[in-house]
Design a protein around this ligand. Structure first.
Ligand code: MTE
Length: 369
């Protein structure tokens, strides 16, 4: 058992929410790009099971749209019995659901890739956890009534622009298979950690697809269209796909099982004696069953202690108490196993667009007497 004390370990979920101070270090995202705004969570945000809103990573393709709640309407159309338009108040009348969800950008840790892949060079801060409150998408769709032959549901954001040089202007558009859209945990959310959804995270309403990489959770929702075919658009066919050696592509869906060591950090020096190795682990839509740690470069592995809340859609904090046998240099690694038995791969499958970087990472530390 690890004796080290972690600030949030062992606290109940409601206490964790109560302990979040929304004004904690408001402006300390690590900037990746200013226009459009892209920023990753700083390392210290990983000590909290819940990420304070101002430290939650942000990934925008276009400028943040200006939306006035009083004028905002959500249009529902396509293969439905009747088209609808909902105001924010009407939407909030539906039964409220709250879920803790970890969201990870598909390009998180892209900067680890060798050779490098183009795109935002995220380190490991494009992942964060919040309590999201809203309504079930299936309850919203029921208002319009899903028609026969519905295959997918398409979501359009209010933001738009040219997504890459030479590409025409377009809104942010993505679809979901009908079974994912109808899943009771797929939500349209209006609150994040007990506060109104912040502007940069999709105010007033965003889609939240638990367990999927972040690109699926369309922000600033404008329109929902039920389709009787498969949607093919830039953000589904040119991006957020993994190509295999033959050139065929697989769309990204669920987050790959992954763990990271939060401390000690790369290059740290620690003294002989007990060292508390701490980190985080998560997987797309599955609880974490175990985390193993190696302190000898992957030769031997020992189970770490899981600490804090264990939730289906949220990350798991863990600790491992390590007693180095002698002074010297050590390579520490962690690997996660989820409740379905999926094991974090030792190596990321390199891909041209640099997605799903979930291979085991190593942290080199020096131990001195
Ligand atoms: N929705 C819209 N409308 N526009 C966007 O650019 N970015 C997507 C997704 N939803 C995006 C969007 C991507 S790639 C990610 S990783 C998540 O939003 C990031 O959500 P966050 O900025 O709230 O962390």
């Amino acid at each position: 058992m690890c004796n080290c004390t972690c600030i949030r370990a062992g606290l109940s979920v409601s206490t964790q929410v109560a302990q979040i101070r929304p004004d904690d270090n408001p402006k300390s995202l690590v900037t990746i790009e200013r226009e459009p705004m892209i920023g990753e969570a700083p390392q210290r945000a990983f000590d909290n099971w819940l990420t304070p809103n101002p430290l939650f990573y942000v990934r925008n393709h276009f400028d943040i749209p200006d939306i006035h709640c009083s004028e905002w309407r959500l249009r529902i159309d396509g293969v439905v019995s009747r088209n609808s338009e909902l105001t924010l108040d009407e939407l909030k009348e539906l039964p409220r659901v709250t879920l803790p969800i970890t969201m990870e950008c598909a390009g998180n840790n892209r900067s680890d890739l060798d050779p490098p892949a183009p795109g935002n060079q995220f380190q490991n801060g494009a992942v964060s956890t919040a309590y999201w409150a809203g309504v079930r998408l299936k309850d919203v769709l029921a208002i319009s009534g899903i028609g026969d032959g519905a295959e997918e549901v398409l979501f359009e954001g209010h933001d738009h622009g040219s997504p890459a040089p030479g590409e025409p202007e377009m809104p942010y558009l993505r679809s979901l298979p009908i079974d994912v859209a109808m899943h009771p945990d797929t939500l349209l959310v209006y609150e994040m950690n007990g506060q109104a959804l912040p502007k940069e995270h999709g105010h007033p309403i965003r889609l939240m697809v638990p367990g999927w990489y972040g690109m699926a959770s369309v922000k600033w929702l404008k329109r929902i269209t039920v389709l009787d075919m498969n949607y093919e658009g830039f953000f589904q066919t040119d991006r957020y796909i993994i190509e295999d050696e033959t050139g065929s592509t697989v769309p990204l869906t669920n987050i790959g099982v992954k763990s990271v060591i939060g401390s000690p950090s790369e290059g740290d020096t620690v003294r002989m004696g007990k060292v508390c190795v701490k980190g985080t682990a998560w997987s797309g839509g599955e609880r974490i069953a175990a985390v193993e740690v190696s302190c000898d470069g992957g030769e031997t592995w020992t189970r770490a202690d899981v600490v804090g809340p264990s939730e289906r859609y949220a990350w798991q904090h863990w600790h491992y108490s390590w007693t180095p046998p002698a002074p010297g240099e050590y390579s520490l690694m962690s690997r996660a196993i989820d409740a379905r038995g999926k094991v974090q791969p030792m190596k990321t499958h390199w891909n041209r667009l640099g997605y799903m970087v979930n291979g085991v990472r190593s942290v080199t530390v020096s131990v001195r007497a």
